[in-house]
Design a protein around this ligand. Structure first.
Ligand SMILES: NC(=O)c1ccc[n+]([C@@H]2O[C@H](COP(=O)([O-])OP(=O)(O)OC[C@H]3O[C@@H](n4cnc5c(N)ncnc54)[C@H](OP(=O)(O)O)[C@@H]3O)[C@@H](O)[C@H]2O)c1
Length: 321
């Protein structure tokens, strides 16, 4: 496992996203549940994966509870990142949300507390005062944000009066904007971009096709529409070719492409131990500069069908800063 610096802690370049835990939209309760979560988390720790991402929003708090149950006595081996929801961003709201998360996590401290999504109706000064209270009380070690643009990330740092060590954003081969907008700052200021949906919700593993697309939370993701699955084939072919050269899978190359940069942590979700193992192993795939560029060019050539705009996409655009 490769490790990177996140503020004053060493964390694995590949973490584990746990939106899947407790979320029926990801099939929780149908083929995977608490026992699989326990096996996934234990195997992750065995493999040196120590960054676990959750949120009070996931499964209405269930994800945090499942993570606690799954870690058991191994809590101290893990670095836990959770998030406060956008409707809890007043000073008092942040404090109270953290108390509830701590209870569900069975923890004395949150290693990284992230603002899940900005809320333009609540001043950042109030939110960051809440974060400062938690840090001063020893309940939160480091502060992060999520779905913030560069300007808002820096404004959060000014409001906090210290480093907001990470910004968790959608970052994958089909959503490369953070490479240009956030990574230059992360490199210059020793911050980290936490890449969510690093496999584009499973799409970049190459296992889905026009006759086999997933439902649930992904039913509204227009990238899974048959026309887009067809348009993705050339990129998947390049991923397969690069993967073959490394004795790997296409999804592993998609993850290796992200963590090629030492200021990126990728947090793929996993529904089985096999998926977790494949994802963790991607940290050790060293792409050459030429391979990295070949994959980037193939990704850039992908053009999603313009007329497929789902309600999900519209909501996402609305909440994006
Ligand atoms: N901050 C935010 O606003 C935000 C938003 C979204 C997500 N997140 C975080 O980011 C994490 C990851 O993002 P995500 O869950 O949206 O997408 P993702 O990690 O790109 O995709 C996860 C899904 O891909 C499939 N998969 C994973 N590894 C695989 C493998 N090795 N082989 C084959 N299939 C594999 C699994 O689903 P199937 O087997 O069903 O295909 C899995 O549930 C979340 O768990 C959450 O912690 C944060």
């Amino acid at each position: 496992m490769k490790y990177i610096q996140l503020g004053d802690r060493r964390v694995s370049a590949i973490g584990l996203g746990t939106w899947q835990f407790g979320s029926r939209g990801w099939g929780w309760g149908r083929g995977f549940g608490p026992e699989e979560a326990r096996l996934i988390v234990r195997r992750a720790l065995d493999l040196g994966v120590n960054f676990f991402d959750t949120a009070e929003l996931y499964g209405g708090g269930r994800s945090e509870e499942v993570l606690r149950e799954a870690m058991g006595e191994r809590r101290e081996e893990a670095f836990i990142a959770t998030k406060v929801s956008p409707h809890h961003l007043t000073r008092r709201g942040v404090w109270q949300a953290a108390q509830r998360s701590l209870r569900r996590l069975g923890a004395r401290r949150i290693d990284l507390y992230q603002v899940h999504v900005p809320n333009p109706l609540i001043p950042l000064s109030s939110t960051m005062q809440g974060m400062r209270d938690l840090v001063e009380a020893g309940l939160v070690q480091q502060v992060g944000v999520s779905n913030f643009g560069l300007g808002r990330w820096q404004a959060a740092e000014r409001a906090l009066g210290s480093a907001v060590v990470s910004n968790q954003v959608e970052y994958n081969l089909l959503a490369r904007e953070p490479f240009d907008t956030l990574l230059p700052y992360a490199r210059q200021a020793s911050r980290v971009v936490v890449a969510y949906s690093p496999l584009a919700q499973g799409l970049l593993t190459g296992k889905y096709n026009q006759s086999n697309a997933p439902g649930g939370v992904r039913a509204g993701n227009s990238l899974f529409a048959p026309e887009n699955l067809r348009r993705l084939e050339p990129l998947l072919e390049v991923l397969r070719a690069v993967a073959r050269a490394h004795g790997a899978e296409p999804g592993q190359v998609a993850l290796a492409w992200l963590v090629h940069d030492p200021h990126v942590i990728a947090i793929p979700g996993a529904k089985s131990v096999e998926q977790l193992e494949a994802n963790a192993a991607a940290a050790d795939i060293a792409l050459s500069g030429e391979e990295w560029e070949q994959v980037r060019v193939a990704a850039q050539a992908f053009r999603p069908a313009p007329l497929i705009t789902s309600a999900f996409d519209m909501v996402r655009r609305f909440v994006r800063p």
